[in-house]
Write a protein that binds this ligand. Structure first.
Ligand code: FAD
Length: 378
């Protein structure tokens, strides 16, 4: 006789969990409770519809916690390629390490996962929401918006609070707080940021720059990549990556310095500024909108060289969850065992983004969802 398992949320981590669990424990009876009317909705939005499913480059600074890095390292991109190969989906790695389905279509990922869930006869209840659960000895009573169920194991893969239209609306945390889990405020992550400076005239300009993140005047991160100026604030992948770090430092003095010309040697730039007019240098390297912006910011404290190499923006606030790819925070990692079972309640498991685990853009968050699901499903 296998176990009766209920999984809350048919998102990415839940799907991986159920497939791996059923393949290795065929007599288990697995059922999903998913409150949306369609499963795996968020997967379709990932990687701009192409699903950046993983990354072959991993290092210990990528995630917010060493446990997250260790778990993902155990189930890295090679295992992900094999997993999908067995399911019948080819993945391709780009030169810079990003993995996508070869079809470049997130629908391929969703379809193959749903096909396998069906083949494994895993039950899926859609448009049904977890309301609460109660522990009775070794059994768990699961209360949903429609019915009550009994199970031996409850797996919570309900995501965080990012992009609520795609399912993860954060209500799960209210339920879990009643079960004595200590959850700090969940914050937006991988999202644009508002700045105190008016950026309206720069709206729509994209540059490839180098960003330095300063928290209370201390350099906290330096990263190169695309920056997109918005009507209100800053966006682009490199800014998204700063936002998840900023989310853990709210309330402090946070500034972003942008080197607009990281590929030009500082010596050469200095020489050109000394030799030619500001107009000449700005026209030579930059979009006319940035030129106008820089000229307006030159004053006795900020000369052209400073503005070109460390254009300063003061963080005001994060964009809302609606614009976030992930949430920062969640069930504390100290509250789960290495096998992802809760230390607070027996037979309750947590996987994926509902936990306090986050990584930057580049496939790292789906990798965590995958790795945590595989570990928990052993
Ligand atoms: C626009 C966008 C683009 C992204 N692109 C990438 C990318 O390219 N690469 C990458 O690595 N990451 C990407 N991410 C992040 C990634 O999608 C998430 O980290 C990942 O989906 C988290 O998986 P999860 O299973 O933990 O949660 P989710 O995928 O959010 O799934 C949670 C599921 O639980 C359901 N649920 C929630 N509460 C309840 C409840 N009370 N009862 C029943 N069901 C419930 C939800 O409806 C949902 O289906 C992106 C995210 C967004 C929003």
């Amino acid at each position: 006789m296998g176990m009766k398992i209920i999984v809350i949320g048919l998102g990415y981590s839940g799907a991986i969990y159920a497939i791996n669990r059923k393949m290795n424990h065929p007599s288990d009876d697995i059922m999903f409770i998913e409150h949306l009317d369609k499963p795996l909705k968020k997967v379709l939005a990932t990687g701009n519809g192409k699903c950046n499913i993983a990354n072959s480059i991993l290092n210990k600074d990528i995630y917010n916690d060493p446990f997250v890095f260790e778990t993902v390292s155990k189930h890295n991109h090679r295992e992900i390629i094999n997993f999908y190969d067995k399911l019948g989906l080819s993945l391709t790695t780009t030169e810079d390490g990003y993995l996508y389905p070869t079809s470049k279509a997130a629908t391929s990922v969703r379809n193959i996962l749903l096909k396998k869930l069906e083949e494994l006869k895993i039950k899926v209840h859609l448009s049904e929401e977890l309301v609460n659960y109660r522990l009775h000895g070794d059994h768990i009573e699961v209360v949903t918006s429609i019915d009550n169920y009994d199970c031996d194991r409850l797996v919570i893969s309900a995501g965080g609070n990012a992009s609520p239209k795609l399912g993860s609306n954060g209500v799960i945390y209210t339920i879990l707080e009643d079960h004595k889990y200590e959850i700090d405020r969940i914050r937006e992550g991988l999202c644009p940021i508002y700045t105190k400076e008016d950026t309206r005239i720069l709206d729509g300009v994209r540059i490839s720059g180098a960003v330095t993140l300063l928290v209370n005047n201390k350099v906290t991160n330096v990263e190169r990549g695309e920056i997109l100026f918005k009507n209100k604030g800053l966006s682009g992948i490199v800014i998204f990556n700063q936002s998840r770090l900023i989310a853990r430092h709210l309330g402090k003095n946070i500034r972003i310095l942008i080197d607009l010309l990281p590929d030009i040697s500082k010596g050469k730039l200095r020489e050109e500024i000394d030799k030619y007019s500001s107009d000449y240098v700005l026209d030579k390297y930059l979009d006319p909108k940035i030129k106008a912006y820089i000229l307006a910011r030159i004053d006795k404290n900020h000369d052209l060289f400073d503005l070109l190499t460390s254009l300063e923006f003061t963080f005001y606030k994060l964009y809302d969850f609606e614009f976030s790819q992930i949430s920062v925070g969640g069930i504390k990692l100290r509250d789960i065992k290495p096998n992802f079972e809760s230390r607070i309640e027996r037979n309750i498991y947590f996987i994926g983004e509902v936990l306090d685990a986050d990584g930057p853009c580049g496939g790292y968050n789906l990798m965590w969802a995958f790795a945590s699901a595989i570990e928990a499903s052993k």
